[in-house]
Design a protein around this ligand. Structure first.
Ligand code: FES
Length: 117
């Protein structure tokens, strides 16, 4: 089923070359921010700000298969966004990623991005 047929839209975040393996990049989608992470060639996308307080996650660090928020050091799984340490309790929203034509895209419902805060 195509994205249009499923009611989802594809949002172009950045070029694949902008996120080399082992790095992350914060991308703007309207008023929202999305964090793109390249974990050993596997692309992940999560909400760009922490679910605990407003803090941009690209200021944090990649820690294995998780990202650590630099403000209070909660780690979040990149697979499902679940917090692995306090103080964060809410998971990060994780968006499905598609890599196509050298671009990194997410496939999401129309309207504002889902974000947990
Ligand atoms: S703002 Fe991220 S853990 Fe507090």
């Amino acid at each position: 089923m195509t994205a249009a047929a499923s009611g989802l839209r594809r949002v172009d975040l950045c070029g694949l070359e902008e996120v080399p393996a082992g790095t992350m990049k914060l991308c703007e989608v309207g008023d929202d921010l999305v964090l793109v992470v390249n974990l050993n060639g596997q692309l992940h996308a999560t909400q760009g700000v922490c679910s605990h307080e407003y803090f941009e996650l690209d200021k944090g660090f990649l820690t294995g298969e998780s990202i650590t928020c630099a403000l209070h050091l909660s780690r979040f799984s990149l697979a499902d966004g679940e917090p692995l340490d306090p103080p964060a309790e809410l998971p990060l929203v994780v968006y499905p990623v598609i890599v196509e034509g050298g671009r990194v895209l997410i496939e999401v419902p129309p309207g504002s991005l889902e974000v947990s805060r």
